[in-house]
Write a protein that binds this ligand. Sequence first.
Ligand code: FAD
Length: 475
Amino acid sequence: MSSPDAPSLVWFRQDLRLADNDALIAAAERGAPMAAVYVLDDKAPGAWKTGGAARWWLHHSLAALGADLKKRGIQLILARGEAETLVPQTAVRMAAGAVYWNRCYEPFAVDRDTTIKAALKAEGIAARSFGASLLAEPWTVKTQASGPFKVFTPFWNALKARMPPSRPRPAPAIGQNMTNIASEDLASWNLLPVKPDWAKAFAEQWTPGEAGAQKRLTGFLEQGLDDYRTGRDLPGIDGVSRMSPHLHWGEISVRQLWHAADARGGPEAEPYLRELGWRDFAHHLLWHFPELPQKPFSAKFVEFPWREDKPALKAWQRGMTGYPYIDAGMRQLWTTGWMHNRVRMAAASFLVKHLLIPWQEGEAWFWDTLVDADLANNAMNWQWVAGCGADAAPYFRIFNPVTQGEKFDVDGAYVRRWVPEVAKLPGNFLHRPWEAPADLLADAEIVLGQTYPRPIVDHAAARSRALAALAQTRG
Ligand code: FAD
């Protein structure tokens, strides 16, 4: 066993913050000199390498973390390659006595971390992991029969019974540090797009990093939380917290969010806390059912008659389906790396039900384009929309892309912002331009099929086709 004075190494992953960071706090309490490491490991299996938009976020978040650590005299070592090799190697090189990290729940991360823990222990280095990303560790919330939950409401009741979570702790005071360990240069990782710079509008919307997360939380508590119950359904206003990328990268602890919302909102905070509960539920499902990102939870969907339709998939990805509400969402996603939840549901439903394109295609597109791309949340929600998930929307509930827009974007502000081609149409035709009379189209400078597409599928026909496919699946 190594001596208690041997240095500590903190391995940062999806916990890019100093406050309420259990691994960092434990390392500080240990008292020995400290260094920190982040490993860019692109060996994630299959399609789950960090996507394009998330890489933009990661670049800025690491820059912020590196600067925050530096102010405290701690070096953030950047290394690229397989974490199985690099984490033990770094620990051995600095003669570390302990390596600490906060847990991730992706199946490949769990396997990798188990291997690393064993390798470190074999070197006589203490290795400890902590739970700092969720309200409760996935294996601690159990049904009466000690099994995992598959339905949200009983999960939520069981989780709530254990709340509040522990109080968030401030960034620890750090004594001695280690510096001057070889590190790669962040810029050399090329995490930012070069040409074309599709992320050019991201910086207007987002401030990655711990300070940006704290600022956004303060803004939401002051301006959004009180009206969240109704405001969260309206994509045209600033009615939600937009904390999702900050939460994914762990720039703020969910425990802090819980306490802050609860203290500010009292009973009015319940709908918001419930959303945080959905996030925990997604991780609970991923932990217990590691095939969630690729395999339908409901076995009967294995035989579902999905279609391959590359032109339709492309039209959906580019926001050119001819349904303004869907197109607005897909363009908001492309331009800002984020889409409002109400529209995510309608856009996802359009892909899997109107177009009968496999949910995994949509999941992959979201993975690459969302700054909040999160394996658990993305997989659970796609399966929910597709109707094949654990606690899913019934398949026969097919979002109507016109009436969804008319209900949640009543004044048309959302569509007008993201689909300027139809912005001059009056409200009664904004969500259904193909029904507008010729003179109105002319006044609005719209030539359907030229300045804006005609619908790529007819809603009623697509709905019947989807229901027929479901009937076939049921046998
Ligand atoms: P708020 O309404 O302010 O909610 C607060 C927090 O609660 C969010 O930041 C998020 O962490 C959590 N949350 C809210 N809704 C959900 C939900 N339905 N499931 C799980 N957690 C939730 N969210 C992601 O973080 N990453 C994803 O990759 C992702 N993919 C999605 C794919 C589809 C098809 C759909 C329908 C939803 C997806 N979501 C995903 C969930 C949800 O849309 C986003 O979390 C939410 O829109 C983020 O905005 P917000 O932070 O303003 O949310």
